[in-house]
Design a binder for this molecule. Structure first.
Ligand SMILES: *Cc1c(COP(=O)(O)O)cnc(C)c1O
Length: 217
């Protein structure tokens, strides 16, 4: 299906409180422009290098999100323009983002990436670590970053019950923390294979690649 048709279908599927982040990894500037022309403004890349290669060739009102792992030595390249970083998993990274954001006169919104899947991965905080980080004075001291929510990826499995329970646990944590921290407003959960379940379990932001652009080659 054409990108435009995919987007029109998605727009009618997604409730107004859910933001569609179109995941552009491996897709060309031309195809991203097509999605822009069909009305999308929020795009996500998972690699800094790919983001830097595409960003200059797309309209300036695109809202760029970084959704993949971020190394501290790459922070400085994206801070001048990035709108939201979904993949923050340490205080050290927040401090680095804060430092560069201050130099750029910006405040950068970040999500804490929470580890919810039953899979081996190097990335993400567990709920206890996230809670400790949120209540730490060291975070409060940072004036140029703002933690506005959480991101989580469910296990890559056909077992819907498992996926649902992983999303549910993150939404419960989100609801709970929201009552203590006013800035929390975004819950990034759901990719092409599981966004419908994620939305039923409280997602406010879905990260869709294949559903927008078709299969990656
Ligand atoms: C690639 C990617 C997605 C989108 O994957 P699709 O299955 O194509 O929707 C979402 N989130 C992250 C972190 C990704 O790397």
């Amino acid at each position: 299906m054409a990108i435009k048709e995919n987007i029109e279908k998605l727009k009618s599927d997604l409730p107004p409180q859910v933001t569609l982040v179109a995941v552009t990894k491996t897709h060309t500037v031309e195809r991203i422009q097509e999605a822009y022309d069909a009305g999308l403004r929020v795009f996500g890349e998972n690699r800094v290098q790919e983001l830097l290669e595409k960003q200059p060739f797309l309209p300036k009102d695109v809202e760029w999100h970084l959704i993949g792992h971020l190394q501290t030595n790459k922070v400085k390249y994206i801070v001048p323009f990035v709108k939201l970083i979904h993949s923050v998993d340490s205080l050290k990274l927040l401090q680095e983002i804060d430092k560069h954001a201050a130099r750029n006169g910006r405040v950068i919104d970040c999500l804490l990436q929470i580890y919810i899947a039953k899979e081996e991965t190097k990335f993400g905080l567990d709920l206890k670590e996230a809670e400790e980080l949120l209540s730490s004075d060291k975070l409060t001291a940072l004036k140029n970053v703002q933690v506005v929510g959480f991101m989580g990826m469910a296990t890559n499995t056909a077992n819907e019950t498992q996926v649902r329970s992983e999303f549910k646990s993150l939404n419960e944590f989100f609801t709970n923390q929201k009552s203590k921290f006013n800035n929390l407003r975004s819950l990034s959960m759901g990719m092409t294979s599981d966004y419908k379940i994620a939305m039923e379990e409280g997602s406010t932001m879905v990260r869709l690649g294949s559903a927008v652009f078709g299969e990656r080659r």
